[in-house]
Design a binder for this molecule. Structure first.
Ligand code: ADP
Length: 317
């Protein structure tokens, strides 16, 4: 009956909806149009498909009691068959649910039903800096100051909670409607234990992997500083600093600290990139020191950015 009812309503609403429903049926037959959290007796309406990650497919999810639209990560339990996969999700939920900062994606709720696990998050309507860079290729230095300050604020908060993100990258820098930066995806994050303040092991491959992590020398907060340097470079230059055709060559470049700085970069931008990409983690500037760097005072630092910056270069006065 459910199926007949759905196909009937499709024909009223036209091809788009039919296409979407077909997409769901093809890719994830378990996922229903209405999702019910039996624990809190909340019904969510599943909406637009937002993107897919390692385990999850992400959809708009509207809480029908409040009409608030969230981003829901839906993870089929069939993909969590192995104990370490369950543990990975449990750790992500445990770490993320305790974080509360304007530059970190807000964790709203977690629940499960027979088929799926649901992680309900603040909806970031303007997607991520990957999408911005796709349209823009490179950004202006005032914009990069803006994004970097927000990224550093968010990261400083995460570190203050004794958590290392370990996978900071453009795709994990989400943007809400107001163009505020929200750090997301705590899937590779770890808590720094009280006894040892270095974490040795990591499961998964970070995008902007630091040399000390490659060399298995341990993984501290400084690995996030490295990734922030890679992000700054990518935003200004349009490609990551150590990018090559193969992972092997990229790792060789990271180990050799071999990257080029285009001549159009300002001297203060170069200087900050060089400091953050220091091969010796103990010599990288802390986040507070990063914010004190002349790069942030050498030119305009916008208080906000218009949404048009996602696709068009802004004209600053
Ligand atoms: P995974 O942890 O499985 O890799 P991600 O966190 O990367 O999943 O999410 C997959 C995709 O869903 C992202 O690329 C992004 O496009 C979208 N997405 C994730 N979180 C949000 C959010 N809070 N708001 C809007 N879109 C999101």
């Amino acid at each position: 009956y459910e199926h007949r009812h759905r196909s009937q309503s499709q024909s009223y609403q036209g091809n788009n909806v039919a296409g979407k429903v077909q997409d769901d049926v093809n890719n994830n037959p378990e996922v229903q149009e209405y999702i019910i959290d039996r624990g809190t007796k909340t019904t969510y309406l599943k909406g637009k498909f937002l993107g897919k990650g390692g385990f999850a497919r992400c959809y708009e999810m509207t809480d029908l009691t409040t009409n608030v639209v969230y981003a829901g990560k839906i993870i089929p339990k069939s993909r969590l068959a192995k104990p370490h996969q369950k543990e990975k999700i449990a750790r992500e939920v445990d770490l993320h649910s305790k974080l509360d900062h304007s530059n970190v994606v807000k964790f709203h709720h977690y629940f499960e039903d027979d088929n799926n696990v649901y992680i309900v998050l603040e909806n970031c309507t303007r997607k991520s800096l990957v999408h911005v860079l796709k349209h823009r290729r490179t950004l202006t230095e005032p914009e990069v100051r803006y994004y970097m300050v927000h990224l550093v604020y968010g990261c400083r908060y995460v570190h203050s909670q004794k958590v290392i993100h370990r996978d900071l990258k453009l795709g994990n820098m989400l943007l809400n409607e107001e163009m505020q930066v929200k750090i997301g995806d705590l899937g590779l994050a770890t808590r720094v234990e009280a006894t040892t303040n270095r974490k040795i092991t990591i499961c998964g491959t970070p995008n902007y992997i630091a040399p000390e992590v490659l060399n298995k020398e341990g993984h501290g907060y400084e690995a996030d500083f490295w990734a922030i340097g890679c992000i700054m470079y990518a935003l200004l230059v349009g490609r990551p600093p150590f990018e090559t055709a193969t992972l092997k060559d990229t790792y060789a470049r990271i180990s050799a600290n071999r990257y080029t700085l285009p001549s159009y970069l300002s001297s203060s931008a170069r200087s900050l990139i060089i400091q953050l990409l220091n091969p010796d983690p103990s010599l990288r500037p802390t986040l507070d020191a990063t914010l004190q760097h002349p790069f942030f005072s050498s030119g305009l630092l916008p208080k906000s950015l218009p949404g048009s910056c996602c696709t068009h270069q802004p004209k600053f006065p």
